[in-house]
Design a protein around this ligand. Sequence first.
Ligand SMILES: *[C@@H]1O[C@H](CO)[C@@H](O)[C@H](O)[C@H]1NC(C)=O
Ligand SMILES: *[C@@H]1O[C@H](CO)[C@@H](O)[C@H](O)[C@H]1NC(C)=O
Length: 220
Amino acid sequence: MKVVYFLVAFLALASSIAFAYDPSPLQDFCVATNEINGVFVNGKFCKNPKLVKAEDFFKHVDPGNTSNKLGSKVTPVAVTEIPGLNTLGISLARIDFAPKGLNPPHTHPRATEILIVIEGTLYVGFVASNQNNNTLFTKVLNKGDVFVFPIGLIHFQLNVGNGNAIAIAGLSSQNPGVITIANALFGSTPLISSEVLTKAFQVDNSIIDYLKKQFWYDNN
Ligand SMILES: *[C@@H]1O[C@H](CO)[C@@H](O)[C@H](O)[C@H]1NC(C)=O
Ligand SMILES: *[C@@H]1O[C@H](CO)[C@@H](O)[C@H](O)[C@H]1NC(C)=O
């Protein structure tokens, strides 16, 4: 039995390396359950299909509360929120912006994002990797405009309109993950050594100390 589990885990790993996206499902649905009585494979265990209900595929999303330092709130609707998304390789997020609100530079390690503005005006952009000279791609988006942020690349959205803004983002993973750049570098647990950060950013200790003392709000 152990050998079989090893094989299953190995195949799950191999396929995730080969495709680098969520693997294709091999059944109609695999509603996630927290029951654990086997090895952890790539994703979550499936609920017995006979016990699956419409509610497993449903979620109501309210506007996010933007009263915070960033003036933005991301409301993810991924496998944690809708267990029916397990194995389906897709999720979404609603992003609310107060005037001047920012969804700060971040990356999704497992998903490409396609975003539509449904209210307001956003200045959005992403930065290409080193091999493309860290080229910055930006655009001002109005209601109805759509923009794509390729998988893994650092991107942001800033509300440059007069009122609130709302965007809906589709993401190509059931669990896109998010790494907020400032939080990850200056608010990690434990903190990254100042020797690393002073050299990386080519600034002195006082600036790094100052940055480390900030409260890095997570708007997700
Ligand atoms: C929004 O968040 C702020 C700050 O945490 C809080 O004071 C306020 O009550 C919240 N508003 C709503 C409508 O939940
Ligand atoms: C990046 O910069 C190098 C050196 O200037 C240049 O040769 C190359 O064409 C640039 N690549 C892109 C994608 O802009």
